[in-house]
Design a protein around this ligand. Structure first.
Ligand code: NAD
Ligand code: ZN
Length: 251
């Protein structure tokens, strides 16, 4: 279903009349991977053993009970390993191939974009990578797939506790990854900003989307009317796996 200030025909015409679109920023969240069977954090489906993921995904929870947090991450890693990229991931890879100035900023820590063919250079994983395992003492890193089966893995170099390489809700973003997004935006406005499957509750997500938009188009794809919808030039209400390929076929 498509709603918003403009109807579907106007949208299709506008997109098919654009001939050169060089710069597209896509900002994605958990909704992109929802149809691959990876739950978002919000709502009942995100709960694990009656625990709210928004409370488990914190440094405070890890410090209180690292074993519990590792059990949850091992469970999430297993769910992701058992999932496949969906049509939305594949559509983004196609969009990247066609667009010289493409950047995907994803809040997802899964590897489905990479498995769909997205190159690391075209993507900023602003909340880290769930398959990274990092020592909290020395910063030593264990590559994905080589992590220990122990519930709380220890660093082979210093014996320190290891943690998943994600950014938790009570932590700062990685400044190098922030700089990649800032540099991209400061180079000039985008023809299109596509915000897909994110509740956009973080200020930096809204800020990046609005600054990158400039006078260009802001397209929001989400079944729920998120805070960015009021600034959008087009709101596509519904599922990413359906609507992103639709968007691509018009681009
Ligand atoms: P979020 O804030 O990005 O919100 C999810 C959004 O997706 C909601 O607006 C929802 O309406 C929308 N959505 C649901 N199904 C959809 C679909 N089929 N198509 C399009 N949109 C859909 O994410 P969150 O779940 O609140 O998680 C917060 C943070 O936790 C994430 O930003 C991420 O860092 C982490 N997380 C990552 C993953 C993952 O890697 N796949 C999954 C859950 C949470
Ligand atoms: Zn160490």
């Amino acid at each position: 279903m498509i709603s918003g200030r403009r109807n579907r025909c106007a949208w299709m015409n506008r997109i098919s009349h654009k001939v050169s679109m060089n710069k597209i920023l896509v900002i994605a969240g958990a909704g992109l991977s929802a149809e691959s069977g990876i739950p978002t954090f919000r709502g009942a489906e995100g709960y694990w053993r009656n625990q709210d993921p928004r409370e488990l995904a914190t440094r405070a929870a890890f410090d209180r009970n690292p074993r519990l947090v590792w059990e949850w991450y091992n469970h999430r890693r297993a769910v992701i390993r058992g999932s496949m990229p969906n049509g939305a991931h594949r559509a983004l890879v196609e969009l990247q191939r066609r667009t010289p100035g493409f950047l995907l900023v994803t809040q997802n820590t899964d590897d489905l974009d990479r498995r769909a063919g997205m190159s690391a250079g075209s993507m900023v994983k602003i909340h880290g990578d769930i398959f990274d395992t990092i020592c909290i003492e020395c910063g030593g890193r264990v590559p994905a797939g080589n992590e220990s089966a122990d519930l709380v893995p220890r660093c082979a170099m210093c014996g320190g506790m290891m943690r998943p390489g994600v950014v938790w809700f009570d932590e700062e973003l990685n400044p190098q990854e922030v700089a990649r997004v800032e540099n991209y935006i400061n180079e000039g406005p985008c023809d299109y900003v596509v915000v897909v499957g994110t509740s956009a509750v973080f200020d930096y997500i809204q800020d990046w989307a609005l600054r990158a938009k400039g006078r260009g188009e802001l397209i929001v794809i989400d079944p729920i009317e998120t805070p960015l919808v009021r600034y959008s030039t087009l709101y596509l209400r519904g599922s990413a796996a359906k609507l992103l390929p639709d968007f691509l076929s018009r681009y």
